[in-house]
Ligand binder design. Structure first.
Ligand SMILES: [Zn+2]
Length: 295
């Protein structure tokens, strides 16, 4: 039986052991900050890897014709990085996915195909064309993965889940486009987000679904809408009236947008060439020929 005295003697030793162990774990798991080295603009390079599946040829041709990767590279050129960040459009053997791995952003043809499949065949009452419903999620998925890449290459500290931070990085950047373009992007994202939310809710959620490193589709949908409404409650007034952002969340959205804007200013802006940024911001990025989203 443990003696009260004996227990008292063991506590300090046990506590000391815990601190040592905690420090060791911290040392072992916390990435060591390395000097970033020379930072250069224009480090994001796109590559259209030919699709393995002939079904995806239309995506390869269409995105090349619209110069989607070139436009993204140019739009993000002001961010100074220590090395090149390749962004690839490639086949993933049937996997509907996008990821940042080994210093490379990959967006699968399968994911873009999934965006096309879920786009409406004609304009929807929310003022969204079939093409808008494709442009928004396509830009969003690249920016989300590029966000992971930028956090990694610039050693940006992230409080909380990196998946949420990458979502906010992507949404914030889309809100920096000219108002008309920002609306096309954000409403396109809202359309797919709502489809995904409805699909997810139609299945019965299991406990493990809540453990995913990503938020649930409906949470990501409302987070994105909230950021848009917070950025400009007049331009995105329909986030509340048509896209069902609850009024009680809408009240907080200006604050949520300011939080992301502050993080961007503190953590990303020191690595941005502001002269080049001014040039980028003066351009019209989404000028495409009118085209149906149908394949
Ligand atoms: Zn991610």
């Amino acid at each position: 039986m443990a003696q009260p005295g004996g227990f008292a003697q063991t506590r300090p030793a046990f506590k000391h052991l815990c601190i040592c162990a905690a420090l060791l774990i911290a040392c072992a798991t916390a990435p060591m900050a390395q000097p970033l080295g020379e930072l250069k603009t224009g480090q994001i390079r796109g590559e259209y890897v030919p699709p393995k599946n002939p079904k995806h040829r239309y995506i390869h041709e269409r995105l090349m014709q619209k110069r989607v990767l070139e436009r993204l590279s140019e739009f993000l050129a002001p961010i100074k990085l220590p090395r090149e960040l390749p962004i690839k459009l490639e086949g993933c053997n049937g996997e509907v996915n996008a990821f940042y791995e080994n210093g490379i952003v990959s967006v699968c043809y399968e994911y873009i195909d999934y965006i096309y499949e879920n786009a409406p065949r004609k304009a929807v009452p929310q003022g969204l064309t079939a093409q808008d419903a494709v442009i928004g999620p396509t830009v969003d998925v690249f920016l989300h993965e590029i966000g992971h890449g930028v956090f990694d290459l610039l050693q940006i500290p992230v409080f909380g889940r990196e998946e949420d931070a990458a979502d906010m990085f992507a949404a914030y950047l889309q809100l920096q486009f000219a108002p008309k373009e920002a609306r096309i992007l954000m409403l396109g994202n809202a359309f797919l987000g709502r489809v995904e939310s409805q699909q997810a809710m139609a299945k019965s959620l299991k406990l493990k679904n809540f453990a995913n490193e990503h938020g649930l589709p409906a949470q990501r949908y409302f987070n994105s809408l909230c950021l848009a409404y917070g950025a400009d409650p007049v331009l995105f007034a329909d986030a509340v009236t048509r896209w069902h952002l609850p009024a009680e969340r809408a009240e907080q959205c200006a604050g949520e947008y300011m939080q992301i804007a502050r993080a961007f200013e503190k953590l990303i802006h020191p690595h941005v060439d502001m002269d080049l940024m001014a040039v980028v911001r003066s351009k019209d990025w989404l000028r495409f020929e009118p085209q149906s989203a149908a394949r």
